[in-house]
Design a protein around this ligand. Structure first.
Ligand SMILES: [Zn+2]
Length: 469
């Protein structure tokens, strides 16, 4: 019986915390988690050069060989997925460059539009959720973490500035984690632009990439050392991953849209290798028919025909026509545009698009290799580690629970959100599910107690009190 009450009472306590902010008891026992992203770190880069620091984390913890990220395999959509567990069509950051026909506004990672909350408010990132649950968060340059999302910034954060060195970002993160108890963050996110930048410039096959990759291992070594110096290495759960991989391009593999369709007929919203095409008023069918069979190395979809497994359809920010270059090909309007030797964005089932994933810390198993996971599964895993309720999401803890050092206690199956914006059904479903489980447990406890402890009816009534509030 005591065991069952132990299960139920924390739910009541958590409810009170949500209502009234955090209390010292909550701060005391909160687990710590640091999520690190090295942008564009393809999963197999670790096999190219000696990576002593990556090896240490893997031997000490877990590694996942293939992480299937989300479509499109670009930076902003995938970073928002990591902290929400949602496909891009649901979290709303569908590309690095977007147009929203409802708002009649454009978004670009290169303009101040990236600070406008409306682009991010379709989802709740984990740093906001942990603050709502009474914890604290800190963010060093993670995409979106310097935006006031759902009315909140992270408790501690750095305004995005690419020129701030990795080491400075780490020092700030360490300060936030090791602050006095009332101020210390429980969840931190840390972002670094490499090896993505070099991957674009040099191409992933370039031998020059070896030094870049070795440099990332040194960065991880710096982080580990700083965590150790601060005396928190054994306490903090550390996840090192990325948003996507990188594929080699060739100047011989270029598709020029100008050969097929006049620029007067459309605006191109997002760029290669997945191009969002916004035809001019009344020109959709004309643009589509000019492009659909134009080039065998380019897939052309009307929005309603985008393959369902991409989960990339149900959002007004996804354009009426989508082009995707085959792996290794570039789509341009003409060759005068800047050409890159490496890129990403393609089909998320391609191994070349997959990111690295390693993790260690008290929550994780040791020396364990998992074959496959989906990046949407990371969010429920992180919520579990942080001991906060996960919001409806597209992932599942059960897919990744083998990464944990301790088997999670069974929870009701998570309710997945349907595609697209403005749906409250999943939330209602989740609330109903929780209500049913709590109701079931209350009835079950009542029955068992009545059977086994008939003389303690009065005491039982007292114990039930917090639940009924
Ligand atoms: Zn990139």
């Amino acid at each position: 019986m005591v065991g069952l009450w132990a299960l139920l009472l924390p739910m009541a306590s958590l409810h009170r915390l949500n209502q009234h902010g955090r209390g010292d008891a909550a701060v005391e026992g909160r687990p710590k988690l640091l999520l690190v992203s090295f942008d564009g770190f393809r999963w197999d880069y670790i096999d190219r050069v000696p990576m002593p620091n990556f090896d240490t984390v893997m031997e000490d913890g877990v590694m996942v060989k293939q992480v299937e990220n989300i479509y499109i395999t670009k930076t902003f959509p995938n970073h928002y997925t990591l902290v929400t567990g949602l496909y891009a069509e649901t979290h709303g950051v569908v590309a690095n460059e977007m147009y929203d026909p409802v708002l009649n506004r454009s978004f670009s990672v290169d303009t101040d539009s990236r600070y406008e909350p409306q682009w991010w408010d379709e989802a709740v990132p984990l740093w906001v959720s942990i603050q709502n649950a009474g914890g604290r968060s800190g963010a060093a340059m993670w995409p979106g973490s310097d935006v006031k999302i759902r009315g909140q910034f992270p408790n501690q954060f750095l305004q995005y500035n690419a020129s701030v060195p990795f080491e400075t970002r780490v020092e700030r993160i360490i300060q936030w984690f090791s602050a006095p108890k009332a101020e210390a963050v429980d969840f931190g996110v840390l972002y670094w632009e490499e090896p993505d930048e070099s991957g674009h410039l040099l191409g992933p096959q370039s031998p020059l990439m070896d030094a870049v990759i070795a440099g990332i291992d040194e960065k991880l070594g710096f982080l580990i050392n700083e965590l150790k110096k601060a005396g928190i290495y054994e306490k903090v759960n550390l996840i090192v991953t990325s948003d996507h991989g990188m594929v080699q391009l060739s100047p011989d593999h270029i598709i020029e849209l100008d050969e097929y369709v006049s620029r007067d007929l459309y605006t191109w919203v997002d760029k290669s290798p997945v191009v969002g095409i916004r035809p001019k008023e009344g020109k959709l069918d004309e643009v589509y028919s000019k492009l659909v069979d134009a080039n065998p190395n380019m897939m052309v979809y009307k929005k309603e025909n985008i393959p369902a497994h991409f989960h990339y359809q149900h959002n007004p920010r996804i354009m009426p026509i989508l082009l995707e270059a085959k792996e290794g090909w570039t789509i341009t309007q003409n060759r005068s545009e800047t050409f890159m030797l490496g890129n990403h964005g393609n089909d998320n089932t391609l191994p070349s698009m997959h990111p690295v994933f390693i993790a260690r810390g008290p929550a994780f198993r040791q020396n364990y290799v998992k074959t496959f996971m989906r990046s949407v599964d990371l969010y429920p895993l992180m919520c579990h580690i942080l001991a906060i309720p996960a919001l409806p999401n597209n992932g599942s803890l059960s897919n990744v629970k083998d990464l944990l050092s301790r088997e999670p206690t069974p929870t009701p199956p998570s309710t997945r959100p349907p595609a697209g914006r403005d749906s409250y059904a999943p939330l209602v479903g989740a609330l109903l599910g929780v209500a049913m489980v709590v109701g079931f447990l209350v009835v079950f406890v009542k029955q068992v107690t009545l059977k086994q402890l008939p003389t303690l009816t009065h005491r039982r009534r007292e114990m039930s009190q917090p639940l009924l509030q």
